[in-house]
Design a binder for this molecule. Structure first.
Ligand SMILES: Cc1cc2nc3c(=O)[nH]c(=O)nc-3n(C[C@H](O)[C@H](O)[C@H](O)COP(=O)(O)O)c2cc1C
Length: 204
């Protein structure tokens, strides 16, 4: 069964981002989905060097931990990206990951051979958590995530932005937030399984 992949852009183990993602994925699993939580900070992901090799092939020439992840994203049923707010936007871990999809941009727009077909309408979800009660930070981050999801042919179906959480794991003490995220994960999985099943029925 294809998975829901959740990318966490925080370096904190069991911080607010991880706590929220764990809850989201609990909801997804309850709806019958297979899930995987991937910590971007634990991976060796080099910075895009704008070498433009991908402009001639649609593939990235770098050999690092992103290699197998390209294939995982090409095969996933749904994607979640979760980032803490750093200086009013995405964490560096999240942005470095996103920039390395310039090859998918070329695959889609230059070569007209995207790794994921837009017609499949595979869903994506985006979440942020920040310390200060400033809604524009989450929106800044979401603007970038939208460009990313459009470029890789995933469809942003939902987003949640939480403010006022700073200490690691403090969001675990907000039951209403956990409940909302659990439900979002459940609804997202239903959508992902429906969408994926409509395209790939009988393949597995
Ligand atoms: C480098 C850095 C920059 C930050 N910048 C912001 C910011 O601009 N706005 C904000 O609301 N919180 C900011 N924070 C606070 C984090 O977003 C907050 O602690 C969040 O809960 C961390 O999530 P985590 O536990 O998943 O890492 C910053 C934290 C760090 C380490």
């Amino acid at each position: 069964m294809a998975k829901i992949l959740a990318f966490v852009g925080s370096p904190r183990r069991e911080g607010n981002s991880e706590t929220l993602v764990a809850e989201f994925l609990k909801g997804s699993e309850n709806a019958g989905a297979k899930t995987e939580l991937i910590r971007l900070n634990a991976l060796d992901i080099r910075l895009c060097q704008a070498c433009d090799a991908c402009a001639g092939s649609g593939f990235c020439v770098m050999r690092d931990d992103l290699r197998p992840i390209y294939a995982e994203i090409a095969a996933a049923a749904g994607l979640l990206i979760m980032t803490p707010i750093y200086f009013g936007s995405l964490s560096a871990q999240t942005k470095v990951f996103i920039d390395r999809f310039q090859c998918w941009w070329h695959a889609k727009y230059t070569f007209k051979r995207p790794f994921v077909n837009k017609e499949e309408k595979r869903p994506a979800f985006f979440m942020t958590v920040g310390a200060w009660k400033n809604k524009s930070y989450g929106q800044n981050a979401a603007d970038i995530a939208k460009v990313y999801f459009t470029s890789i042919n995933y469809r942003l179906t939902g987003e949640l932005h939480y403010t006022g959480f700073d200490y690691p794991g403090s969001v675990a003490e907000a039951p209403a937030v956990l409940e909302e995220v659990y439900k979002a994960g459940k609804d997202f999985a239903r959508e992902a399984l429906k969408t994926y099943g409509a395209v790939h029925r009988g393949e597995e």
